[in-house]
Design a binder for this molecule. Structure first.
Ligand code: GLA
Length: 408
């Protein structure tokens, strides 16, 4: 009997070896190991900028559906990120439950994944989040495990409650000690996420404190907010942009400066302002997280968010963030080196009152360029030639964004 069993198992082994060798001759190349996270700036949608605390399960499903229906997914928007106010209470064993707006987080994650999208969530290292919901303080490992069980792909970790409830309590009047507590808190969640074995993009949100760009990668940060919150008005957007100049050396594949989520389509931004906002985020190699009401998006807003040429600047494989080459009064000129020796140039009129009687004159020499440069105007889609000292007329808060494939 025993020899029969041994023999039959030998036959089985042989059969499976033969099957394996047959498949290996017909199969395609072996699967490549998974890419490390955020090799290009993450793209997707986040609930906060438009829905804030009104986000719920249906709103997130609708956003996922709309990413597909609008062609945004095809243009690269992959993450569907739930921001603050999903959190419920912890049970007796400390396990956090979502609140009644999100009856079944695992089912929601499965739904988002079934659409070929990824899902993100939000928490705080403090006992409470910014909107005073339950944070992860003291439950970091437990929460990371929970996210992994649900199938979460992205975590935005927002300092907020940690400031008054931990930093200021444990180290009153000692800013340096407070900052050390902050860094340690991010490192703790980084390790908790890593210990799950699930790749989860780690987004630091602490408003740029203590030059976060210098230390975020050492605590696993794939992106980090560089400023306080964006809002849907030009002055705030422009103030944020101005604070990005000089941070370019900290960005690269897997680790990005985050000037906050997009406000394209929100508030009373004009079309010119929406275009400039989107163009500058692309020049900054910023994460592109749309924050608008996708089911009610106007066609002209969709056209901005899905402009493939502009997205290609943002997602350029070289991964070099743009720099502000020079400013002249209220006009800024940004340049971004691209893969294959190409160059993107963005000229922004940040002011309100420049008229064609005194147009802006572009200095190609200040960009290190010599002679006429032929390229593509990424908002008209038309060829364009930029000439030294050429007068350029840009309306209020508008942008000229040009890709030059062979700069000279
Ligand atoms: C902070 C963050 C925002 C958002 C809110 C949620 O203000 O900076 O992006 O996440 O908290 O409460």
């Amino acid at each position: 009997m025993r020899s029969v069993v041994l023999l039959s198992s030998a036959v089985l082994v042989l059969a499976s070896l033969t099957a394996a060798s047959q498949t290996s001759t017909t199969a395609k190349a072996p699967l490549a190991p998974p890419q490390p996270a955020a090799q290009t700036p993450p793209m997707g949608w986040n609930s906060w900028n438009y829905f804030a605390e009104k986000v719920d399960d249906k709103g997130v499903r609708d956003a996922a559906d709309q990413l597909i229906a609008t062609g945004m997914k095809d243009a690269g928007y992959i993450y569907v990120n739930i921001d603050d106010t999903w959190e419920g209470q912890r049970d007796a064993s400390g396990v956090l439950h979502s609140n009644s707006k999100f009856p079944d987080m695992k089912a929601l994650a499965d739904y988002v994944h079934s659409k070929g999208l990824k899902i993100g969530i939000y928490s705080s290292p403090g006992p409470h989040t910014c909107a005073v919901y339950e944070g992860s303080f003291g439950h970091e490992v437990q929460d990371a495990q929970l996210y992994a069980q649900w199938g979460i792909d992205y975590l935005k970790y927002d300092l907020c409650g940690f400031i008054p409830e931990v930093m200021e309590k444990q180290a009153p009047n000692d800013k340096a000690a407070q900052m050390r507590l902050m860094v340690a808190a991010y490192d703790k969640m980084n390790k908790a996420l890593k210990s799950t074995g699930r790749p989860i993009v780690f987004s630091l949100c602490q408003y740029g404190w203590d030059a976060v760009w210098e230390w975020a990668p050492s605590v696993g940060g794939n992106l980090w907010r560089t400023t306080g919150d964006v809002s849907p008005n030009w002055d705030r957007i422009y103030a944020i942009v101005s604070q990005q100049a000089g941070l370019e050396k900290y960005a690269g594949p897997g680790h990005w400066n985050d000037p906050d989520m997009l406000e394209v389509g929100n508030g009373n931004l004009t079309l010119a302002e929406n275009r400039s906002h989107f163009s500058l985020w692309a020049m900054l190699a910023a994460p592109l997280l749309a924050g608008n009401d996708l089911p009610n998006m106007k066609p002209e807003i969709k056209a901005i968010l899905t402009n493939r040429d502009v997205i290609a600047i943002d997602q350029d494989s070289l991964g070099k963030q743009g720099t502000r080459a020079y400013s002249e009064g209220e006009t800024d000129v940004w340049v971004r080196p691209l893969a294959g020796g190409a160059l993107a140039v963005a000229i922004v009129n940040a002011g309100d009152n420049r008229y064609s009687t005194h147009p802006f004159h572009l200095s190609l020499a200040k960009l290190g360029l010599h002679g006429p440069q032929t390229g593509k105007d990424l908002w008209t889609g038309m060829p364009i030639t930029l000439r030294e000292a050429e007068p350029l007329e840009l309306s209020r808060h508008d942008v000229l964004l040009v890709r030059i494939d062979a700069p000279k």
